[in-house]
Design a protein around this ligand. Structure first.
Ligand SMILES: [Zn+2]
Length: 158
């Protein structure tokens, strides 16, 4: 459909093909920077905890999203977690097809109420179960840059 064409039937979906260039800068924020700096330097994960609501956040948040209390103490929660759910991904971020499908999982970290969505590594799909313990696989310290890519994924605990 061309932009000059007149719409006469509003019940028929229409569309215009095209691309919208989008530029953005992603900032971690205060808690995100502390989280990724700790992954880079210490190889562990941080959480924040709200005593009022008895809830812990991984990745950490600077405010509790339930009571809006400022959260300024960070807890080292390690890199162990549990598979909350998982799926098989057949597409790359740009929509192209992956040569080999990857397993993505929501991993709850330790005893916290939060977690990370990341790849599962070193496991076949039929080996995975909800509640299965896993451990973060990080790049060697010398290769970490302070980003989500410092985490290769989560793998089995040996
Ligand atoms: Zn709270």
């Amino acid at each position: 459909m061309a932009i000059t064409e007149k719409i006469t039937d509003t019940t028929v979906p229409t569309f215009w093909e095209g691309a919208i260039p989008v530029r953005y800068v992603y900032t971690f924020g205060l808690a995100g920077e502390k989280f990724f700096r700790t992954v880079k330097d210490k190889g562990t994960f941080l959480a924040t905890y709200c005593e009022e609501c008895d809830i812990s956040f991984v990745p950490p948040k600077v405010y509790c999203d339930r009571c809006f209390k400022e959260l300024d103490s960070y807890i080292d929660v390690g890199t162990l977690g549990y598979v909350e759910t998982f799926t098989l991904s057949f597409r790359n971020m740009d929509g192209s097809e992956k040569e080999i499908p990857k397993i993505l999982a929501m991993v709850r970290i330790g005893d916290t109420d939060g977690g990370l969505i990341h790849y599962l590594e070193g496991l076949e799909i039929d080996e995975i179960a909800i509640g299965m313990p896993v451990k973060a696989v990080l790049k060697p310290k010398s290769q970490r840059k302070g980003s989500i890519e410092d985490i290769i994924g989560f793998g089995p605990i040996k």
